[in-house]
Ligand binder design. Structure first.
Ligand code: ADP
Ligand code: MG
Length: 631
């Protein structure tokens, strides 16, 4: 074993930098925080090649004294903290004194600064930890910092950088957080000389939300505000219709700092229970202000996670504030308007005078079992989907389209060969559940319960099918088969549909252009974060391809790291299937029920939806007889 040695400070810095500086966006975050701590009212950010080549941040803050220039790059050197007690009264974004030292250790940094009382400023460089002497600098008051060739001396880390547009997207996300947390701040971002964002100091929070996330989000917001003891919660929460496929648009800020907090975001999401489909996320911009001694911000190197003294108190404050606001909008009532159950299949007395079970997990026990989400759309089963005039249809009509009538009988919708192979595979299957479907005519007696389950009699017993899970499985396999066979019909749009995204999302979509094209979703860059949708899979029927593309985008951006191509395709397929399938809450007519059940035989794995949930449960005849004491 080698002797133990103290590591040289250059190595220590590189190790520390690994924690704080993960990618160009981390540099931008730290520099922006320093500018804000310096009281700046205007910050201009310029990056080149996703920040890997250059990051320049210019602010009009208080500036740095000549004698502090070198200290700014020293580890654990800060002007924001004097003693350990101060750690519990942090009112600045920075306090660890680590950022500049870390950045200077892994890049070529030029720091130029002038305080407002000085007549001229000074500059210093730090290249991979090597400091230059301090020189005079003739600039305006404020600080200007240039970070070139990030990770130039740590080639492995440089290799880990993703595409320019992805890195730029992460930077834009960090800038967004700062812009939302600091109304009054004038902020600009340029990438390769092109102005990406200009947020005027006069733009209030709502305008900022509109600027970054578009009009649709902004228009769907309700203000919230609550004060309990010395904790102030305020901001905007979105109408459930503004939902997303991931939690990225759940922004939470504590004392002006963007934070991640699973517990508080859980409370927020919980408040929407019953108003959103499972797997969908609410949108909100939530601000918490409290005395700094109620929270420990020193638990995470990048300061994104904090520890609250009274977690439970805050959880319930969040939950009740958001929930009350949503009920003030009468949103719970909207979900209860109509009962689309065709017939009362279960006599009320079955419930023994109690409320029906909370089958949809709505959390609102007062909701009748007819909870219906979006308006029922017909399923898109019949294959191949006939298209009379492909060039003229536009997905923009998604709500105006008359629903595709699903009048085909089960036998018409299936080719003889398909039926045959289905029977063959069913017979080969060892599962009694699968056998119970033969012959298919028996299935026409299925009834629908709660607009969610199909119940049918089989020789083995009573089979309860989850209509969404089954349809999802069938569509998933149809998609897959057609892609494999190269028979996926795509529908070209006469007029491409624009989709407005933020820079990060647009970059991700473009990075996956090929995979998306394989799925029939052809996209093209229109510039400025706008993506044009050129075509979509015809199998989607009258579901909005734009909505599905949006869900795909959410899915891509929700991933921490990218999956393999095969995983990605699988993921996206199941996502498209999920979005196209009938849902719990959709009333189905008898033909639709019959068609769905008939196609069950065509699925290779009819027992599980693509996410692995069961599609059907069997209550065996034997069990029923036994429970009722017949045997
Ligand atoms: P921290 O922000 O945790 O104090 P940093 O390494 O980020 O540590 O910065 C070190 C010090 O450099 C800060 O405490 C501050 O005094 C000074 N500094 C850095 N950036 C700026 C800036 N843009 N304007 C004024 N002072 C700055
Ligand atoms: Mg700092």
């Amino acid at each position: 074993m080698a002797h133990i040695q103290q590591l040289p400070s250059s190595v220590v810095t590189k190790i520390a930098a690994g924690e704080v500086i993960e990618r160009p966006a981390s540099v931008v975050k730290e520099l922006l925080e320093n500018s804000i701590d310096a009281g700046s009212t205007r910050i201009d950010v310029e990056i080149e090649q996703g920040g890997g080549d250059l990051i320049r941040v210019v602010d009009n803050g208080c500036g740095i004294d000549a004698e502090d220039m070198a200290l700014a790059f020293a580890s654990h050197a800060t002007s924001k903290l004097r003693n350990a007690d101060d750690l519990f009264h942090i009112e600045t974004l920075g306090f660890r004194g680590e950022a500049l030292a870390s950045i200077g250790g892994v890049a070529q940094v030029m720091l130029q600064s002038r305080t407002h009382s000085q007549l001229s400023g000074c500059e210093i460089t730090c290249h991979g930890g090597e400091l230059s002497p301090v020189r005079a600098w003739n600039g305006t008051p404020g600080t200007r910092i240039e970070v070139k060739h990030l990770f130039f001396n740590t080639p492995v880390r440089r290799k880990f950088l993703r595409s320019t547009s992805t890195e730029a997207g992460h930077i834009s996300e960090n800038l967004t957080r700062i812009a939302l947390a600091h109304p009054g701040l004038h902020l600009t971002l340029k990438h390769n000389g092109k102005l990406i964002y200009e947020v005027p100091g006069t733009a209030d929070l709502l305008e900022r939300v509109g600027l970054f996330f578009g009009e649709e989000v902004r228009a769907g917001l309700y203000p919230i505000e609550a004060q309990r003891e010395d904790v102030h919660l305020y901001g905007f929460i979105a109408d459930p219709s503004v939902e997303r496929g991931n939690a990225k648009l759940q922004y939470l800020f504590l004392n002006g700092r963007w934070i991640r907090d699973r517990s508080l975001l859980h409370a927020f999401q919980e408040a929407y229970r019953g108003l959103l489909m499972t797997g969908r996320y609410a949108v909100g911009f939530l601000f918490l202000d409290m005395p700094p001694d109620r929270v420990d911000v020193n638990v995470h190197p990048t300061k994104c996670e904090v520890r609250f003294r009274e977690g439970q108190f805050l959880y319930s404050m969040m939950l009740s504030t958001v929930r009350n606001r949503l009920s003030a909008e009468n949103l719970t009532a909207k979900l209860q308007v109509t009962s689309t159950l065709q017939k009362p299949m279960v006599p009320p007395s079955t419930y023994g005078g109690h409320m029906p079970p909370d089958v949809f997990g709505t959390g609102f026990p007062q909701a009748p079992p007819s909870f219906s989400g979006p308006l029922p759309l017909p399923p898109v089963f019949p294959e191949p989907a006939p298209r009379q005039n492909p060039s003229l249809s536009s997905p923009a009509q998604e709500n105006g389209n008359p629903p595709l009538p699903l009048t085909k009988g089960e036998n018409e919708s299936l080719s003889a060969a398909e039926l045959q192979s289905a029977f063959a595979s069913a017979q080969a299957s060892p599962s009694s559940v699968e056998h119970s479907f033969l012959p298919p005519e028996q299935n026409s007696h299925a009834i629908q319960l709660y607009n969610a389950y199909l119940v049918l009699e089989t020789p083995e017993g009573m089979l309860v099918i989850d209509q969404h899970a089954l349809h999802e499985r069938i569509l998933f396999e149809q998609f897959k088969r057609r892609i494999r066979e190269g028979t996926l019909e795509t529908q070209r749009l006469l007029i491409p549909e624009p989709l407005e995204l933020n820079a990060e999302q647009a970059a991700l979509v473009l990075e996956h252009q090929n995979e998306l094209a394989e799925l029939g979703l052809q996209v093209e860059d229109f510039g400025g974060g706008t993506i044009l949708l050129q075509s979509y899979p015809a199998i989607l029927g009258n579901r909005s391809p734009q909505k599905i593309l949006k869900a795909v985008v959410d899915h891509l951006t929700g991933k921490e790291r990218l999956p393999t191509r095969e995983h990605l395709l699988n993921d996206l397929l199941s996502l498209m299937a999920c979005h196209s399938a009938v849902r719990a809450g959709d009333a189905l007519n008898p033909e639709q029920i019959a068609s769905l059940i008939a196609q069950r035989h065509l699925a290779d794995d009819a027992h599980h939806c693509p996410h692995g949930r069961p599609t059907a449960l069997l209550f065996s005849r034997h069990d029923l007889d036994r429970q009722f004491g017949r045997i």
